[in-house]
Design a protein around this ligand. Structure first.
Ligand SMILES: C[S@@+](CC[C@H](N)C(=O)[O-])C[C@H]1O[C@@H](n2cnc3c(N)ncnc32)[C@H](O)[C@@H]1O
Length: 401
């Protein structure tokens, strides 16, 4: 564990003011206390390109540069990084690429399916060989998918769904197939539809087809899987593949308030982004991906924390913070990313600060990525959240030693 004191953290964050003239320091006043706000368009000019292995779409995901910033400052190789709301696993994959051990949790089991195969990466020739081996039958899906897929494509998808086993190469193919099910370009199994992270319902897809006067064309699923695999693996060499296999990883699909399998004082850093009130419908957006993976989307939906009011949201997040405090090592850190809701009328960071304090954390400050909406969409990967959040705010907490 690196000796990062709270003073050091504040100093590192303050360096932005020196190296980047545009960073401004603001104050967040809550009661009698002042907290420093660092406001800037962070991680742009000097931004290093993210590894291609991240390119799996997911609703409301952030870009890898965000967790990398905190992992770099607050951890060393061999430390453990956690994300209780892991989604597509951006924090964990970036942490693994940086040689950190990882603990991943998301109430939706889809998160494991999208993340784990990227730690046990097969070679392209293994993927190609396995695809050649899988024979396609003529079984139809158990639900009507004719509005999304041509009949022969549907047979191929059903064969993949039924015949993939639990091996590294099959788990990889399952992850890529899940990612390629539906989308709005030629590289997807479906005809034209919404972007891949927001599956249309069967009814709305029929309307899309009628409006555009289209019928889903045949798509060669094996070719699409291979092409996407090559693209995901373009920055992975055999050394990195070997290193990723050695990362200690733990995955769970629990409510992040109840993660008793994670030991006390065991996490060096958490970087996470919780569900923002009820803006994003994670289960509805993933229904087809869940079907492909035999996950009951409505059961998942019942466990996802959707809150209409800030009060209920705060109650849930308060319990999440209690759990984070328990598992964070003394001297460890939490970077909690939230957005602005209702066009900036609700600033969730101001609600998050007291929650962390109540659990025992010290607040080291708030980083605000201040941009206009279009820029934010590009830099932080929130283009899929048309309403709700257009500024990212990260509240940084420290567990005293
Ligand atoms: C904003 S997304 C996280 C995205 C992630 N940062 C990424 O880059 O992919 C929030 C996630 O929280 C999950 N979630 C919602 N309620 C949860 C709960 N009570 N416990 C654990 N996960 C939950 C959702 O399934 C969703 O994947």
């Amino acid at each position: 564990m690196p000796a990062v004191s709270i003073e050091r953290a504040k100093a590192v964050l303050s360096e932005f003011v020196l190296v980047n003239q545009e960073t401004s320091i603001d104050k967040l006043v809550l009661g009698k206390e002042n907290y420093t706000k660092f406001v800037n368009e962070f991680w742009t000019a000097k931004q290093r390109q993210a590894n291609s292995i991240h390119e799996i779409s997911y609703r409301a995901c952030y870009k890898p540069q965000l967790p990398r910033f905190f992992i770099d400052i607050f951890t060393e190789k061999g430390d453990t990084v956690y994300d209780p709301f892991a989604g597509r696993g951006t924090t964990l994959i970036e942490a693994a690429l940086m040689g950190r051990n990882i603990v991943s949790n998301d109430v939706n089991p889809l998160s494991v399916i999208l993340t784990k195969p990227r730690l046990n990466i097969p070679r392209i020739d293994e993927i190609e060989g396995r695809l050649d081996e899988i024979e396609f039958g003529q079984s139809e899906a158990d639900i009507d998918l004719s509005m999304f897929f041509d009949k022969k494509t549907e047979y191929e998808i059903v064969s993949l769904k039924n015949r993939l086993l639990d091996s590294d190469v099959d788990n990889w193919i399952r992850m890529v197939s899940t990612n390629r099910l539906t989308g709005h370009s030629a590289g997807f199994f479906s005809g034209y539809t919404l972007p891949p992270n927001q599956a249309a319902s069967q009814k709305s897809q029929k309307l899309i087809n009628a409006r555009l006067e289209i019928v889903p064309p045949y798509k060669n699923t094996k070719e699409i899987i291979l092409k996407k695999s090559k693209s995901l693996l373009r920055n992975i060499n055999s050394k990195l593949r070997r290193e990723l296999k050695t990362i200690n990883s733990t995955f769970s699909s629990l409510d992040s308030r109840k993660t008793s399998h994670i030991q006390n004082d065991s996490i060096n850093l958490t970087v996470t982004s919780p569900p923002f009130l009820n803006i994003v419908k994670y289960a509805a957006d993933n229904w087809l991906r869940c079907w492909f993976n035999d996950i009951d989307a409505s059961e998942v939906e019942s466990r996802i924390s959707l809150c209409r009011t800030v009060e209920t949201w705060s109650e849930i997040m308060g319990s999440v913070f209690d759990e984070l405090y328990r598992i964070t090592i003394p001297g460890g850190w939490v970077a909690f990313e939230v957005g602005e809701v209702n066009n900036g009328k609700i600033k969730l960071d101001e609600h998050v600060v007291p929650l962390g304090l109540e659990s025992g954390f010290v607040c080291a400050g708030v980083m605000v990525n201040s941009q206009d909406f279009t820029k934010t969409s590009n830099i932080w990967g929130v283009n899929n959240m048309k309403i709700g959040t257009n500024t990212n705010r990260i509240v940084l907490f420290h567990k005293p030693k």
